[in-house]
Design a protein around this ligand. Structure first.
Ligand code: B12
Length: 443
């Protein structure tokens, strides 16, 4: 068979003011450019599980009108998240009208498979690895089912090496490797790999190493982004992982939780092993807003009082921090915008990410807000961008939230504030270096 693997790609925001703002502010544009050019690791992984008998073509589609004429294939396989799912459905409809079978997988359709079935022949719910080969054999034999779901959780020790060779490295400023799925924390809003793997699981570090080797075959000196949700839950595994990545002499980025600040020695190891930045969800500097958002043990509430100290520990150990804040949490009112600005001014994280609370399908947040009648337009998945508001906030109006996001963005991402934060970061790095030298001299 000829299989077209099609990644819905690119970044989205419907809020016109925000889009205009993004076009004019340096911090925003830089970050936008960086995150927009990542490949679909899910599809590259499936490509690696596809028998050589089949021909595989990999496409990234930002604007579906550009896929005209449609590529020749027997099966079109799509990967999509919520924000572009309607564009994906429209493209899948076109393939089907042309007589091509289609399959859709990924986080969005995992949560609403019945909706997706109206636009494709097959939906894959959950992780793709355990079902992909069987699905292809069934399609070849003309006996495919409408929905495939794994019988058992996938063991990341069985991961194939993603087909990085399908990529043109000139198109990307980073390439991704995944080292874990799931998260021990159950934040109400989370729409990431916890939807695929409720249990936290890690990939053996030798596998991660082999994947970086494969990546280096197409790009000698790659910038590596770990497409993880929480890399350093288990600090022992974290040490092994960092040691393995350190062997490759690459620069890298990842996402993890604030407990990384409990382990300065690991942070030092990470810095020495090429880690340039970590992204951490702070959510809000306000203890009342953070209260209850992690639904299992109220973990984030137990940490919020030490956020300032944590920024300093991370950055004095040589790692830039991207501190993420969610605007519009139920415990926050309009004062949150000033509070975030103040926190950021006082702590100088290298990067800051501000987004609005987003009820993604399949999350406890979506279910709660729907039950409370607070979703503005149910099913408006195109608004699942992290920048567009599709719910009624508890303690401010929709307009206040929209305006607050834009005004805070204008302040935080201005040239002046960005330069000030970056200078503050450099001072923290230097202070950490001096302190370690003094400690070494004294010992
Ligand atoms: C890389 C990435 C991107 C890349 C995606 C590149 C691409 N073309 O796929 C770029 C930068 C383009 C991007 C854009 C956006 N992203 Co993004 N991104 C990520 C990130 C960091 C990693 C995803 C990843 O690589 N996962 C690893 C792979 C292996 O997992 P996977 O894709 O889920 O695939 C597995 C299964 O889902 C399944 N599967 C997936 N596809 C298919 C297809 C078939 C046919 C089959 C059988 C199986 C299958 O099998 C795979 C293996 O098990 C995650 C956050 C994170 N840490 O995970 C956010 C994340 C996915 N992004 C998110 C968002 C919100 C966005 C944007 C809306 C941001 C914006 N404002 O524009 C856009 C939307 C783009 C879209 N397509 O709709 C959310 C999505 C939530 C959701 N449920 O929709 C996430 C989870 C981050 C978050 N804050 O919560 N993103």
């Amino acid at each position: 068979m000829r299989i077209a693997l099609i990644a819905m790609s690119g970044v989205r925001a419907h809020n016109p003011e925000l889009t205009a703002l993004g076009l004019s502010l340096p911090g925003f544009v830089e970050r936008g450019k960086t995150i927009a050019s990542l490949p679909s690791l899910g599809l590259l992984t499936l490509a690696a599980l596809t028998d050589d008998r089949h021909d595989v073509d990999y496409y990234e589609v930002d604007d579906i009108t550009e896929m005209d004429p449609l590529p020749e294939c027997d099966l079109a396989a799509f990967s999509t998240f919520s924000a572009q799912v309607k564009e994906c459905y429209a493209l899948s409809d076109r393939f089907r009208a042309a007589g091509v079978k289609t399959v859709i997988g990924g986080l969005h359709v995992t949560t609403v498979p019945e909706e997706a079935l109206e636009h494709c022949d097959i939906v894959v719910v959950g992780e793709g690895e355990p079902v992909w080969r069987k699905l292809l054999a069934d399609v070849e034999a003309g006996r495919e089912k409408r929905i495939y779901r794994p019988d058992a959780p996938f063991d990341l020790a069985d991961s194939p090496i993603p087909r990085y060779d399908l990529l043109d490295p000139d198109r990307y400023n980073r390439l991704t490797v995944q080292t874990q799925r799931g998260c021990p924390w159950h934040c109400e809003f989370c729409a990431s790999s916890i939807l695929l793997s409720p249990r936290y699981k890690t990939k053996p570090v030798e596998k991660v190493s082999a994947e970086i080797d494969a990546m280096k075959e197409i790009w000698a000196d790659p910038f590596v982004e770990l497409s993880d949700d929480n890399s350093f839950v288990n600090k022992h595994h974290g040490r092994d992982l960092v040691a393995a990545i350190g062997e490759h002499d690459v620069q890298w980025f990842t996402e993890t939780d604030i407990s990384i600040a409990d382990d300065p020695a690991l942070l030092r190891m990470m810095s020495d092993a090429g880690c340039r930045e970590i992204l951490v969800g702070f959510e809000s500097p306000n203890p009342d807003a953070v209260d209850g958002i992690e639904t299992k043990r109220n973990w984030k509430r137990s940490r919020v009082d030490r956020y300032k100290e944590a920024v300093e520990i991370i950055q004095t150990n040589g790692i830039a921090l991207n501190a993420c804040f969610i605007l519009g949490l139920d415990g926050d009112g309009p004062e949150v915008f000033d509070r975030v600005a103040k926190f950021v001014d006082e702590t100088d994280p290298f990067d800051v990410q501000i987004t609005v609370l987003t009820p993604f399908p399949g999350t406890p947040l979506y279910r709660r807000l729907l039950a409370e009648g607070r979703i503005l337009t149910p099913g408006a998945w195109e608004l699942s961008t992290l920048f567009d508001v599709n719910y009624r906030p508890a303690n401010m109006t929709v307009e206040e939230l929209e305006k607050g996001l834009v005004d805070l963005g204008r302040y935080i991402y201005s040239e002046e504030a960005t330069a000030r934060r970056r200078a503050g970061f450099k001072e923290q790095v230097a202070a950490g270096r001096d302190r370690r030298m003094r400690e070494k001299a004294a010992s």
